[in-house]
Write a protein that binds this ligand. Sequence first.
Ligand SMILES: Nc1ncnc2c1ncn2[C@@H]1O[C@H](COP(=O)(O)OP(=O)(O)O)[C@@H](O)[C@H]1O
Ligand SMILES: [Mg+2]
Length: 258
Amino acid sequence: MSPTDPTTASSLLTVEGVSKRFGEIEVLRSVDLRVARGEVLAVIGASGSGKTTLLRCLNGLEVPDAGRVAIADTAVDFSSRPAPRELRALRDRSAMVFQHYHLFPHRTVLENITEGPLVVQRRPRDQVHDEALALLERVGLASRAGAYPHELSGGQQQRVGILRALALRPELLLFDEPTSALDPELVGDVLTLMRDLAAEGWTMVVVTHELQFAREVAQQVAFVDEGRVLEHGSPAQVLRAPREERTRQFVHRLLHPL
Ligand SMILES: Nc1ncnc2c1ncn2[C@@H]1O[C@H](COP(=O)(O)OP(=O)(O)O)[C@@H](O)[C@H]1O
Ligand SMILES: [Mg+2]
């Protein structure tokens, strides 16, 4: 881990040359990204292109084979195998929201939100509890604090998944297709919460197929193709006037299914 590095002072997240292979498959090929504090980066790309693996590499859930990831002043160089302590430091800087929510089924909504702050971060119980209730109130779910995940709709479960991430007070929020498991009528509430978080200044990396959301909320869009960032730029450029033929085809298929 290095102290504050002047070259990354302007970006909250810096990804340089990140590569990852699983056996014979090169899943990520020298990915570079930069996200400024308070910015939203939308990541788009076909199934199997490496989007989830990329998020997992940012969160220390996968260890890249090469490259460098820095979040705020925590930088990890993967040219040699990092120490577990370094990976933990990197992991603590971000929090992930999963496609299938990944809530603990045998814990209440409140316990799902307080688990990380209490067990991992060892913060004071009263403070963690009060913060969790305030988060639930903010999304209108305070009355469900004692419910179990299966008693909630998918949209409610995903909002709890987002609150669980917020409760960790991370620098960076990572979203892996947060609405793609939801029935269409439940997508809106989740996107509304994400819009509010962006407006509040959270720094977010969002893997999504919701192009309208990307257009409205993101400052940058990256198109991932076969483990590479094939194209990135403003939503207006990447989504409306893509330079690459493969980006154009992908966006066209999303906008005009069948
Ligand atoms: N743990 C793993 N072991 C082996 N192959 C994996 C593993 N995780 C992902 N892959 C492969 O890596 C590729 C990219 O996967 P993924 O990152 O999940 O893509 P996406 O999220 O864009 O659909 C796929 O070919 C997938 O099968
Ligand atoms: Mg995925």
